[in-house]
Structures are given as C-alpha cells and as structure tokens.
Design a protein around this ligand. Sequence first.
Ligand code: NAD
Ligand code: DAU
Length: 356
Amino acid sequence: MASDQQRCILVTGGAGFIGSHVVRHFVRKYPHYRIINLDKLTYAGHLENLIDVQSAPNYSFVHGDICDLETLRALLREEKVDGIIHLAAESHVDRSIRDPFPFAHTNVIGTLNLLQAVRECWNGQWEGKRFHHVSTDEVYGALKPGETSFEETAPYSPHSPYSASKASSDHFVRAYHDTYGLPVVLTNSSNNYGPYQSPEKLIPLCIHNICENKPLPIYGKGENIRDWLHVQDHVQAIDEVFHRGRDGESYNIGGANEWKNIDVVKMLIRFVDEELGRPSGCSDGLITYITDRAGHDLRYAINAEKLHRELGWAPQHSFESGLRETVRWYLEHADWVQNVTGSAYERYYDEMYGNK
Ligand code: NAD
Ligand code: DAU
C-alpha cells in the first residue's frame, strides 16, 4: 500500500491519548492525505490535545459515536474513506472493573458497527483499502513464571472486563477478514507513556500527585511488571503496519522495557523532585501501598520480533530519557493538567482511592 497516493483516513478516538499522537503524525507527515478524526469526546477525549493541528487544511473533526451505525454509514459514504485507524475505546482497566458495560458497548459493539459500516461502504472493492485495529497486549493475559514474552500466536486469555472487551473486538476484526475478506491488520501494543495521557493512568497520576504532595497509590506490593513504550514509538509502528503490514496479520508492539511498578514510581519521584529543585528523597514518603487491583495481571512482556523482522521497526526512545521528557512535559503543561483534572476527575479519584 503506497504512502504517496491521495487517501482519506478516518481515525477513531483521535482526541484521546494515543489517537491524538496518531492524528498529529499523519496530518504532518502526509499532507496529501485527508485525516478525519471521529471522537465522542468522552471524559478521555480532549480537542485541546490537537490544538497545533486543528487548522491544518488536511484535518477535520467529527463529533460522533462509533456505536451510532447510521452516522458511520453516512460519514464513510460522504467522505470516501479508504483507510481506518481504529483507536476509539474505553481504555482504563480500573473503570472496567467498576462498570464493565460501557466497555462491552464501545469496544465490542462499537467496533462491530465500524466493521459493518466499512464492509457495506467498501462493498468488496478492497483494493487500496485498509482497516487497522489498534489493540493491546492485555488480550494475552498474564505471563506465567518461566514464560519470556507474548508472541502473536499466544492464546488469548483476558482477565479484566477491559481486556475481555478488547479480545472480543480483535476476534470480530479477524472474523470480518476471514468471513467477508475485509482487508484488516491488527496491532497489539504494550503500555504506552508520554504527553497527553490521562492522569487516571499510573505514570501521569504519579507525576501529578508528586507535584501536589499527595499519596502515590501503589496496588499490592508494586511488583507487577509492565513493558513500557513511548507513545511516539507506538505511532511509528502504526504508520509502518498501516502502510506495509500484511493483510490479515497481527503485529505485536513492545518496548523490550520491563519494569516493576514500584521502580517506575521511584524513578518518577527522583525526576519530579529534581525538576522542581526539591531535596533528594523528600517525596519518598508519598508511596502508599493499597489494596491490589482485582484480577491484577502480574507481568506483561511483548515479543515485537515479527514487526522488526518484516517492517524494520524498533523503539527509538530510551525509558530514562523518555520518562524525563514526559515529566517535563507535564510540568510545563499545568493548564492541560488542570483542565483534565476538573470536578469529574476529582469525583472519580475520590471514589477510586478515597477509602483505601
Ligand atoms: P484514551 O482513553 O486516552 O482515548 C480513547 C478515545 O476514544 C477518547 O478520545 C474518547 O473520547 C474516544 N471514545 C471513547 N468512546 C468512544 C465512542 N463510543 N465513539 C467515539 N470515540 C470514543 O485511550 P488510549 O490510551 O489513547 O488508547 C487508545 C487505543 O489504544 C485503545 O483502543 C486502547 O485499547 C489501545 N491501547 C492503549 C494502550 C495504552 O497504553 N494506553 C496500549 C495498547 C493499546
Ligand atoms: O498493556 C497495555 C494497557 O496498558 C492498555 O491496553 C490500557 O489501555 C492501558 O490503560 C494500560 O493498562 P494498565 O492497567 O497496565 O495501565 P495503568 O497505568 O492503569 O497501570 C499500570 C500498572 O500500575 C498496573 O500494574 C496497575 C498499577 N497501578 C495503576 C494505577 C492507576 C497502581 O499500582 N496504582 C494505580 O493507581
């Protein structure tokens, strides 16, 4: 699939964390593409994430819901969309534990709507078309002792309502490929970090709380392991797979960068205190161990060898420098943080952590 031709790409969830980086990357790198961002603007979607590209001539925003099939049908027909990069989702594991239904609704039914609308619109004319489904390593469940990392062939074994909904959406994407011939690719990424991530997630939550001298809530003993990937490395991988990935294939995306949660938090304390000119160790006492997350997967690690071998992708950011840059970004964007930690966030935070 050539990257020099004119195209119209619909990015769903483009006002969220990863989606906004995808939109910015495609708008800037491919000025001959039209990029349409379809987003419902839930609590996780913020148009200010895209302020620097909002007036670009090849960018437009549509306020809409992937669960609304008629909107999808009309949009695809009118805009002659020939590529989809599908990120819209409910994305936070803790919220899925509290209320799984929005996860089934958006992640499963929303994805099914999108597949059906695309299938009807493209109607067997698959040439030059592509549906790229953005998914997660959490569909594989937790690694068992002695297992090294997940390959694309690992069995699906989701544990949380979030990962169950993402696994289900992956199955529907493959079913549309195998049953109807829809040209799809899937990517399953490990934990992302970087600018514009909502402060409900571990890294931005801790940066925010260290600044405010608030407790840092660590689930269990802080020994769970995640494989951290800079969001821009993820976006570069999406670009490669969208343009050059093989039809019907899945590609794992990971940072080969495993850390225990407690060690990530200690590094954040060091970086934030250094940036704020505070004495070393003065925020260590903020670490607070709380009741573990239900069904908490102990360890994820991704084998991204296939993506490296077939498409030459490798992560470019080192964790230490990527994390330090991320800390600086949050400190320099206090307005953004303030806007996304308004009263709804405060309510969520109190309900989540208030009694622990
Ligand atoms: P996010 O929560 O920051 O953003 C989700 C976006 O989707 C928001 O802009 C929201 O408004 C929009 N959205 C939600 N429901 C919608 C609906 N019904 N219709 C239209 N838009 C809707 O999420 P994120 O962390 O940027 O994740 C994006 C995608 O990447 C998700 O599919 C997630 O499963 C996947 N993913 C995330 C990570 C990670 O570490 N964050 C890792 C692997 C995969
Ligand atoms: O692995 C990819 C997934 O990474 C994505 O699919 C999800 O959309 C994304 O949210 C992320 O899921 P996690 O649950 O791993 O991310 P989170 O930042 O919520 O948590 C990271 C780790 O930190 C996890 O082991 C739980 C722990 N944690 C998290 C929070 C919010 C805490 O110890 N305390 C906390 O308050």
